[in-house]
Design a protein around this ligand. Sequence first.
Ligand SMILES: [Zn+2]
Length: 70
Amino acid sequence: MLTCSFCDKSADQTSALLTASGVNVYDTCIAVGVRTIETRDALEEARVTLEELVAENHKILLSQGRQPPK
Ligand SMILES: [Zn+2]
């Protein structure tokens, strides 16, 4: 029985199993890969550093009268 090379589930699921050159991947697993690429691209596009994210988070907390973590 065919299994997905990515998640190892067998081919009796409802998802479509794509096969090529001895590799099988479910459409749902491809969707996970696509989301990963989209997330990476969005992060690269945003060009926000961790320091900027932390500073922004502190500003929000202070504006709410809360103490940011050290
Ligand atoms: Zn899979």
